[in-house]
Each structure stands twice: as C-alpha cells, then as structure tokens.
Ligand binder design. Structure first.
Ligand SMILES: Cc1cc2nc3c(=O)[nH]c(=O)nc-3n(C[C@H](O)[C@H](O)[C@H](O)COP(=O)(O)OP(=O)(O)OC[C@H]3O[C@@H](n4cnc5c(N)ncnc54)[C@H](O)[C@@H]3O)c2cc1C
Length: 397
C-alpha cells in the first residue's frame, strides 16, 4: 500500500465525490441550520399538506424562514443576511429536499420579489418593503406570466397608463406563486415607455388574487391568479431603475440559480429513499440492492446527483466571483432539473408499488419537479438559450 493510499478518506455514500471538502465552516453551518429546520418544521407534516393541497401556517413558516435569514439571503442591507451565493444554494438544496413548495416560497420571496426591489427599486421602496420581507412579515409575489403569454412574455397584455401623476394598472397574471398570501406584488406591465415593473400593495382597490386549485404538482404551495382592474398607483410605485424585459429576466436568472441547487435536493431525498429501500426490501431471497440491475440504477443516480451538485457549486463560485453568465445558469437549470426528475422516476421503480405512496417522498418530488421543469423557463427555452449561444443563431421564433 502506498503512503498516499494509506491516508485516503473512507468512501461516504452520502458524499461519494467528497464535495463537502469544498465547503467552509460557514457553508456547513448554514446547511446544517436549514436542514434541521426543514426536518423539524416541514418533513413531519409535508405528506399531509401535500395530500390536502395546502400550505397551512404559511405566514408562520415565512416568519421562521425570515429569522433563519433565508429570505433574500444573498442580498445585502435592509435586514438581509448577505450570504454567499453558495450558501444560498445550499439552503435551497436543503429546503427542496423537504419539498419544492417550500423552496418555491423562498425563491419567489427572495430571488424574485425582493431581488426586483433591491436591484431596481428606489431607496424609498427598499426601505419600505425589504426589511419586512426579509423578516417574513410581508410575503411577496412576482407577476410576469399571463394566461396567453408564458415563455414569450414580451407580448404581455397587462398595461399601465399614466393618469396625471398616477399610474392605472389593468390586466391578469397567471400561475403566480404566493399570490393569494402576498402583501406586495411586483407586477410587470406594458407602458408607453416599454415594459416596467410596479410595486403593488395587494390591498390596493381593484387588486385581487384568487387561488388556483386542482393542481397535481406543487400542492403544498400557494399558486394564484392576479387580477388588476384599474388599480390606481402613485407615481413612485414604478421600479425606477429598469425599462424592458431585461428587468424581469435578470430576476429570473437569480431564481433559476437557486433551482440549479434546489432540484438536487429533491433528487437527493428520492435517491436516499431508494437506497434505504434497496438495502432492506428482499425479493428472491435477498435485498433487491444486491441485484445488478438495481445497483446499475443506484450507481447511475449517484453519478448524476453528485455531478449536479458539483455543477451547482461551480456556478455558485462563479456567481460569488461576479462571473456567472445567464447562459451558464440555463446550462445548470436544464441539466439539473432534467436529471432530478429522472432520479425521482428511477427511485420510484426501486420502491415498486410503495413508490406511489405518500408514505415515501419520491412521487411527491417527481410531481413537484414537473412544475420546476416548466417554471423559470421551460427545458425548451433553456435549450434555445444554449443553442443560440453555441451557434450564434436565434431559433426562438
Ligand atoms: C406551479 C407554478 C408556479 C409558477 N409561479 C410563477 C410565478 O410566481 N410568477 C410567474 O410569473 N410565473 C409563474 N409560473 C409560470 C411559469 O413561469 C410558466 O408556466 C412558464 O414560463 C411556461 O409558460 P406556459 O406555461 O404559458 O407555457 P408555454 O409558453 O405556452 O409553453 C408550452 C410549451 O411550448 C414550448 N414552447 C414555447 N415556445 C417555444 C419555442 N419557441 N420553441 C420550442 N418550444 C416552445 C414550451 O417550452 C412548452 O413546452 C408558475 C408555473 C407553475 C406551474
């Protein structure tokens, strides 16, 4: 045995590539805190919430997430934690290992609604909204998608017109996470100057947010329509520092980055369930994990899971260095969500009939990931982003 191999660390099935060696003490502390919060506050209840199609106690959960520093976590000032992108990513992974609905609550609050105000808002808007949102006292939502404009938001119909010093906002948004529980909505609308963002208190006359029911995915998450019927807003409701689609798109980039990590959380939870099951479930006189076909599935899943986490970590370091391009985020979202859903489906096969039960997390994660595959840019949109970057040819239309 060589001197080098004598010092080799043992193989850890939970971390086969030794990725934890890349994390510092603060990273590990953030991960540990969020993991134990989710184990305590989400995992004991999530199957029931999912079955009921509700996220009861969402306001209390938001306040707890606020006190953990998980809301607007990588933003600075205004009560935000100022964490690194890697730490924010680790938190997303742990939250989504519990449920994609909880990670969606945090992503929409921090990366979409708060980020829009933090990046493009006036000092008054930041002072008014961000501290309460960071604390989880005020929930935010982000209205971009419309019934007839999803992947192609440029044609949105929601519009805001100047009336004296005021703005008057009219239109409908669809599939809006946190909509019915939000105290503030960031709404994107056509104006004479181009697409602009508006910070809309949800108690404004003419604003309503009916909840969307009958979902088979993200059941433990509030999803709503936003209806704006001549909502009158003061001149200073507009986000002053951006005009055009680049505003919402840069918020989406930030949220997509969290999904690159989060999706690996759903994959990890499913893989762990399958690995445990494979070691204890016996057929033909031995554990099913002792059959080569099951081992091939487990090995392939472990490879994709830990490659995905490495990719997320790599993108996190680039974001922290200010060098992360949107195309690289598309690369990560495309790969990791697609692989995560495959891992859930393969895990489901290992659990056999038990795989379809809510007693195990696997089908819940798989059906959640159907939404994650579609929101924040569908698979096809990210393929087109990468296709354009690779070829220089725009195939969007
Ligand atoms: C649970 C959930 C929560 C959501 N939360 C929010 C939120 O908080 N805020 C918000 O604004 N939105 C939210 N969304 C909406 C989401 O972002 C959209 O669903 C998404 O952008 C896709 O739009 P669409 O559903 O209208 O699909 P469409 O755009 O109609 O696309 C349908 C299919 O056509 C494909 N397609 C479209 N154009 C092309 C093309 N040029 N080439 C090839 N294929 C194409 C798409 O990839 C897709 O497969 C949420 C959605 C879900 C399911």
């Amino acid at each position: 045995m060589s001197a080098q191999s004598a010092k080799l660390p043992s193989f850890d099935p939970a971390d086969p590539l030794g990725i934890d060696d890349l994390l510092g003490p603060e990273d590990l502390a953030v991960r540990g805190t969020v993991r134990s919060w989710a184990a305590d506050r989400v995992l004991p209840h999530i199957a029931e919430w999912y079955e009921r199609g509700e996220l009861p106690g969402i306001r209390e959960l938001a306040r707890e997430l606020g006190s953990l520093g998980a809301l607007g976590m990588s933003l600075t000032g205004y009560g935000c934690a100022g964490a690194t992108a890697v730490q924010y990513g680790l938190a997303c992974l742990e939250l989504e290992a519990a449920d994609s609905g909880i990670r969606s609550l945090v992503s929409v609050q921090g990366s979409l609604a708060m980020y829009a105000i933090w990046r493009f808002g006036s000092e008054e808007q930041k002072q008014r909204w961000l501290p309460g949102m960071a604390a989880g006292e005020t929930i935010g939502c982000f209205g971009l998608t419309e019934p007839d404009h999803g992947s192609d938001p440029a044609g949105m119909r929601t519009h805001a017109k100047k009336d004296g010093a005021d703005w008057v906002l009219t239109g409908r948004k669809m599939w809006i996470t946190n909509g019915s529980v939000a105290g503030v909505a960031v709404v994107w609308a056509q104006t004479d100057e181009g697409i602009r963002g508006f910070v809309v208190p949800t108690d404004s006359p003419g604003f309503s947010a009916p909840e969307i029911h009958h979902k088979w995915s993200l059941r433990a998450s509030v999803t709503s329509e936003l209806v704006m019927d001549e909502v009158r807003l003061p001149a200073d409701a507009v986000l002053p520092d951006v005009v055009g689609l680049k505003g919402p798109l840069s918020c989406l980039s930030h949220a997509r980055y969290g999904i690159v990590w989060g999706s690996m959380g759903a994959a990890r939870a499913s893989f762990e369930a399958a690995l445990d099951y494979a070691k204890s479930r016996e057929q033909f006189g031995k554990p099913i994990g002792g059959f080569q076909l099951t081992q091939a599935k487990l090995a392939d899943m472990a490879v994709e899971l830990h490659k995905g986490i490495l990719l997320a970590h790599h993108l996190g370091l680039r974001m922290d260095a200010g060098r992360l391009r949107p195309e690289q985020i598309s690369f990560g979202k495309l790969n990791n969500v697609r692989e995560a859903i495959e891992i859930c489906r393969t895990s489901r096969t290992i659990l056999g009939a038990n795989g379809i039960s809510l007693e195990y997390p696997v089908m819940r994660h798989a059906t959640n990931l159907e939404s994650v595959l579609t929101y924040e840019g569908t698979v096809e949109m990210h393929q087109l982003v990468l296709g354009k970057a690779l070829t220089g040819l725009d195939a969007f239309r």
